[in-house]
Design a protein around this ligand. Structure first.
Ligand code: URA
Length: 440
């Protein structure tokens, strides 16, 4: 087999066989096929797409390129959750403990934030003492003891994805549905859970800017998972507005705790509890409606919050900060952003708002950048609300005074005002599941 023939075949829009895809991925990981040939292939995929069979074969090769976690030593149904990334998205910190409180086992590997989006690992590291790199035995034991553990991705998981993703990043080949679907699902399948709930975000703060693309991506990923024998659900959720009111690591943990205490913002509570209910549902705990009730009870009786505190303790973190969030270190500097005009806030460029939070120190532009856990933004006015000139739109938090000007500029540039109240958009556009079950 010659790589040049595979590039030509894809360039002409023909489908590769699974043997050809195996040759390509394995050859690339071993260093036998050079970057320039794989780049040409990836660009051909961007133009020509891939069939379902090809996407499945690519996902499989990514999954088996490194360690595949065997979660069978942990009793019970293991369910994972994955978000395609957003701003203010702290749903894992809420949905995972709620699902664990309803009897689901969650052995989850999460990522760090990059660019304008946040990452669960960074958020959890805002809790003093929290260890995100447990070895396999400690990870499994934590799940057995408390029902859940969330750690960073282990060293040798999906090396093919690491290489391919880095190459896509610098060859303008990230935005391809089969490439994104195989990258995400390759990692999720290697992580070993029985069921996976996908939160596919769409809108100005998301990777998928249109609902149509988000739906195509969600369907593709659900099919890959089902084909691999997993139970799958995807929710297409709104990322035209930040989720909840807090952006930034400690601020987001505090807001997640508020939701678990039953007094968090409505939008975040709704999306996080729907994700949790779908996790409980995939674990076979009843109809979706029955699972929603169980999740609500886990908020009302405090067992969800207890699970989060137990997970933090099991991973070496100070659970006191979960029970009393006033103990979180506060940013030394804060500044209110005031409205310069009156009217309805009709849209928020959520990617820009994520950027403003990074400028304050809450995120990183490059992998090696360090994070200021107390930095971020508390939003006081969101899309659809009426605002009077001089009212506080948001409060910025940082340790670096010099960041305020640029962050405020970036934040204000993201907002659009009008005299007319905008129509409300749904928080969840669609639920995608191939299984026809559901007496919900
Ligand atoms: N996230 C991933 O893990 N892979 C992609 O290709 C895009 C987003």
């Amino acid at each position: 087999m010659r790589m040049v023939d595979l590039i030509m075949k894809k360039r002409e829009g023909k489908a590769l066989t699974k043997e050809e895809i195996a040759f390509l991925v394995q050859g690339y990981v071993k260093g036998e096929i050079p970057d320039y040939q794989v780049s040409a292939f990836l660009m051909a995929v961007c133009f020509q797409g891939m069939t379902e069979e090809e996407t499945f074969a690519l996902t499989h090769e990514i999954t088996i390129s490194g360690d595949v976690v065997d979660l069978s030593p942990i009793e019970g149904v293991k369910v994972d959750k994955h978000s395609t990334g957003g701003v203010g998205d702290k749903t894992t910190l809420i949905a995972a403990p709620l699902a664990a409180a309803c009897g689901v086992k969650i052995a989850k590997m999460s990522g760090r934030g990059l660019g304008h989006t946040g990452g669960t690992v960074d958020k959890l590291e805002a809790i003093p003492g929290m260890k995100m790199n447990l070895n396999r035995e400690d990870f499994f034991q934590a799940v057995r003891d408390t029902g859940l553990a969330v750690i960073g991705q282990s060293g040798n998981l999906t090396p093919a994805d690491k290489k391919l993703y880095a190459l896509r990043d610098v060859t303008a080949t990230v935005e391809s549905i089969p490439l994104i679907a195989s990258s995400i699902m390759g990692k999720k399948l290697a992580a070993g859970s029985d069921g996976i709930v996908l939160d596919v975000k769409t809108g100005s703060g998301a990777f998928m800017k249109t609902k149509e693309d988000a739906k195509d991506l969600a369907l593709e990923m659900v099919k890959i998972g089902e084909n691999a024998g997993k139970r799958m659900v995807a929710l297409i959720t709104n990322m035209d507005v930040p989720l909840g009111n807090a952006i930034g690591n400690s601020l987001e943990v505090i807001e997640a705790v508020q939701v678990l205490q039953g007094n968090g913002p409505e939008d975040l509570t709704f999306v996080a509890t729907e994700l949790a209910a779908n996790m409980v549902y995939l674990a076979g705990k009843g109809t979706l409606e029955a699972c929603r009730k169980q999740v609500k009870e886990a908020i009302d009786n405090g067992t969800g919050l207890e699970r989060l505190a137990a997970m933090v303790s099991a991973q070496g973190g100070q659970a006191e900060v979960i029970r009393n969030t006033a103990l979180f270190v506060k940013a030394p500097l804060e500044k209110n952003i005031l409205a310069r005009e009156s009217g309805y806030l009709i849209s928020m460029d959520t990617e820009q708002i994520g950027r403003a939070s990074c400028i304050l120190g809450a995120g990183r532009e490059k992998k090696e950048d360090s994070i200021d856990y107390s930095a971020g933004i508390l939003i006081h006015k969101k899309t659809g609300q009426a605002v009077k000139e001089g009212e506080v739109l948001a409060t910025l938090y940082t340790s670096k005074e010099e960041t305020f000007t640029e962050a405020e500029y970036c934040y204000l540039k993201a907002l659009v005002f009008s005299e007319e109240k905008p129509q409300e958009s749904p928080l969840i556009y669609e639920r995608i599941a191939l299984e026809k079950d559901d007496k919900s």
